[in-house]
Design a protein around this ligand. Sequence first.
Ligand code: DC
Length: 210
Amino acid sequence: MIIAIDGPAASGKGTLARQLAAQYGYHYLDTGSIYRAVAFGILQAGKDPEDLATALDIAKNLDMSTIRDPDLRTDAVGNAASIVAKQPEVREAVLDYQRRFAKRSPGAVLDGRDIGTIVCPDADIKLFVTAEDEERARRRFEELKGRGHATTLEKVVADLIARDERDKTREISPLKPAEDAHLLDTTELSIEAAFGAACAIVERVLEADA
Ligand code: DC
C-alpha cells in the first residue's frame, strides 16, 4: 500500500502524512528532507546551492539517517532545497531511494512535490493538499517562532510564494496534482478535521479495493 501526498510548502501535508502513517501502521518518508539535507550540506560547505557538482556529490553520498536533523527545518535551508531540487541530476540521484522506500511492507506514506506524478505514479492513494497563501504563511510563521527563529510574517509570505513559484515552474517534476489525486484544501480545517477528511478518502479507497 502506497499513499502519496503532495502539495506546496506549509499546506499541512507533512502533518497529515505522519498521522496517516501512524494510523495505518505504515512507514513514513518526508522527501523534502532529502533535498533539505543536500542543501544543508552545500550551505555548510560554504557553496552556492546552484553549484551542480557539489550538489550531486552530496546527493550521491547522502546518509539518509541525517534527514531528521532539526537544523534542516529553517527557511534558509528550505529555499536552498528548492534551488537544489531544480537539477535533474540531483533528483535522479535520490529517486531510487524514494521508490525503494515506497515498497516497504506493509505500506508507506511519502510526502513531497512529485510523489503522485513521478516517484510513485502507481500509488494506491494520492492526495494533493493545499491551503491559501496567507494561511500557509501564518502556520509556517508560528512554527518558526515556536522554534525560536527570528523572522517576520512578511518575510515568511514572500519566501513561501517565491519557493512555490520555483517548485511549480521548474522543468523537471514540477509541483502539480496527479490527474487521479484527491484534492484536499486545509485552509479552513483544523489539524483534526484535515486528518478526518484524509482518513475518509483513504477508507473510501480501501473499501472500494476490498
Ligand atoms: O517539503 P519541504 O518544504 O521540506 O521541501 C523543501 C524543498 O524541496 C521544496 O521547496 C522543493 C523540494 N522538494 C522537491 O522538489 N520534491 C519533493 N518531492 C520534495 C521536496
